[in-house]
Design a protein around this ligand. Sequence first.
Ligand code: FAD
Ligand code: NAP
Length: 468
Amino acid sequence: MLPNDSDILDSQRTLDSPKFQIIYNSADQIQNQSSTDEISFSQMIIGNSRSMSFRQFSNTSEMPQYLLKMTKNQRLTEEKQEKDVRHFEFESITSVVEYCSGDILEVLPGQDPTAVDSFINRCNLDPDVYITVIPKSTAENSSRTDSKLSKSPVKLKTYVELTMDVASASPRRYFFEVMSFFATAEHEIERLQYFASPEGRDDLFKYNQKERRSVLEVLEDFPSVKMPFEWLVQLVPPLKTRAFSISSSPLVHPKEVHLTVNVVSWTSPFKRKRYGLCSSWLASLNSKENKKEVYVPAWIHNGCLPTPQASVPLILIGPGTGCAPFHAFIEERALQSVSQSTAPVIFFFGCRSKHGDYLYEEFWQTHAQDSGVLSSSKGGGLFVAFSRDETKKVYVQHKMKEESARVWKLLSTGAAVYIAGSSNKMPADVTSALVEIISKEGGVSKETAEKWLRQQERIGRFNVEAWS
Ligand SMILES: Cc1cc2nc3c(=O)[nH]c(=O)nc-3n(C[C@H](O)[C@H](O)[C@H](O)COP(=O)(O)OP(=O)(O)OC[C@H]3O[C@@H](n4cnc5c(N)ncnc54)[C@H](O)[C@@H]3O)c2cc1C
Ligand SMILES: NC(=O)c1ccc[n+]([C@@H]2O[C@H](COP(=O)([O-])OP(=O)(O)OC[C@H]3O[C@@H](n4cnc5c(N)ncnc54)[C@H](OP(=O)(O)O)[C@@H]3O)[C@@H](O)[C@H]2O)c1
């Protein structure tokens, strides 16, 4: 059943040997792995499968810290808007989630089971065989005590599901080169060799990366290719975790963790609808159509935004999903303000339109009223920029400049500035606006204002969490 690579190689061209060895274990070699409870077993299998890959997936340990159950999946943007941003709530089914506001949740996305099955069928693999994946260097030097050798075998299908991104990420150029050695149809060999050559680079970019063509799609386009599993393990893009800013405060929602997620989708140059793997998978969970219980493997990290002390005034700038960590900060400060005196908070939010994607509008408005933490009576403020409601773009930095005196007043009392969001240019544009404000209100040169901001950064009073 499993392809044999020994007699496929072209006599003219040479191919290195793969960097992995796959050990196929017979049923009697498999210990009774399921002796432990189902949840710990799932965590262990994920850890085991991912630790067998030689690629570093992330900075986290391979075994997930938590398995989360989604308890809420709520669309925040208007139904008729193309932009789909969700509020998700999770509870841990393993240990209680421990985090601080400002932290990051890292999620291992699930893959479409139909795509995984299609990949296994296409590659003529046995989904139920138990495998151990070992780097060749380790296998050849087996006297070395290496933890990779002592890994428990996992089912091939489980390994694919948890470590190999078969239906979302695009493969690299070398994948095409290696494929050309395992193709038997002349026209496919020719095309693959062209893609792998310097002359074919632009066409490969158009066919592969620009179209976000997945490994499964590529293999289906070249049906004569029979690639050995060792090579697939090495060359299929790794299934990567995704980071999200946590939008809940653990003081307000003990045992829960909330996220604010933009569900990524776009249309490719050849008009194919493409979807972000993790955000669209999360959006499919706990929905009307899908009530099946799925556990989300997750880890918690410190991000770039330290938890602010209640006594520190805050200037928060978070357009779009950048508002996520500030949702956590504001609900935390509101809770603190019940039992102690808290410093003022001003928040600059930006979105496309008032009626389309004003995320958590009611939440911010409530805290901006009466004596809420964003209310002017508490020295706070809420300022919102709608970028597409008027002909001229209005962004958060324009609102900051309008509130220049207020921003300066808070900065002068030791406020910490926090910026978060996804735009490539936004953090730099907001930082320049801040420099202008400091320069104008403080009566200093831009160079002095920049220097002062860098000092603030060093002492933890200027913090940026940005993603693209
Ligand atoms: C520290 C940190 C915090 C974050 N916090 C949040 C958060 O709070 N909320 C949030 O929603 N996200 C957040 N992100 C981003 C998040 O990690 C993911 O990158 C995002 O959700 C997309 O993941 P995905 O798996 O859905 O998409 P993927 O499958 O990873 O696809 C995304 C990729 O698709 C491509 N792509 C996307 N749009 C287009 C387009 N229009 N044209 C062509 N190609 C395109 C790009 O290559 C992009 O990198 C954060 C990231 C970091 C690093
Ligand atoms: N597929 C698409 O067409 C598309 C478009 C945008 C974003 N996205 C993706 O959506 C994800 C996140 O969305 P999001 O909700 O967090 O943010 P977002 O919707 O992209 O942006 C939030 C707000 O920030 C504005 N903005 C854009 N550039 C800015 C700048 N330089 N300075 C200040 N504000 C700026 C946006 O205005 P304008 O958008 O009106 O300029 C919008 O009003 C990202 O992954 C991004 O790549 C996709």
